[in-house]
Design a binder for this molecule. Sequence first.
Ligand code: 4H3
Length: 236
Amino acid sequence: MSWHATILTLFPEAFPGILGISLPGKALKDGLWSLETLDIRSFARDKHASVDDTPYGGGAGMVMRPDVLDDAIEGAEARFGKASRKIYLSPRGRVLNQNLVSELAAEESLLLVCGRYEGVDQRVIDKQGLEEVSLGDFVLAGGEVAAMALIEACVRLLPGVLGNETTVDEESFSEGLLEYPHYTRPAVWKGEAVPEVLISGHHEKVRAWRKEQAEAITRSRRPDLYERYVLNRKKV
Ligand code: 4H3
């Protein structure tokens, strides 16, 4: 059984979207992962198929109804089996990073709830034990783009997806560093030459230079990451 994602959304037509092209798209066609989308609206009860209502206590906007969303989650699990983790994409959530991505890529299946409007009724989050995950401190109109980002990050870690082009372990983030600068042809462009060491053919020097660069960039741009890197380095 390969990695599976079930998406609950009011906009199923948004999927697979970007996940259907390039690396994740090929992996999808190759059966290395699979995707199901369920339209939350198809679980609506009344003739108007309403999925949202006004917030108790007043205020702007609409809130997604707990009954409809709960039925959608139960319906999804009846159809595709219990998900390993049930995630609600929300700015209140645990901030996604490469560690959490590795964790989620190692699960068998994820159920991702995409909210719209002001969000979902708190009771369904509690009752279903939805884990809240955030991409960062910003607000989107809906959870769909966040769900896609999470899935794309997971899929590229699945065995067989990346091929030989890159090894995930060589990536900066697997070490806790930002990427070193990359260069390709032409060797001189608009009067700017590529760093000498990269054309030296001296693999050990290249490796050392890249590491130096990655450390310097991380230290200046992300002191938080750098601090953790230094601490982890001392442990090993
Ligand atoms: C996730 C979802 C930001 C993120 C999101 C993030 C719409 C959640 C609605 C949806 C709620 C109101 N915004 N930072 N928006 O990952 O269901 O916020």
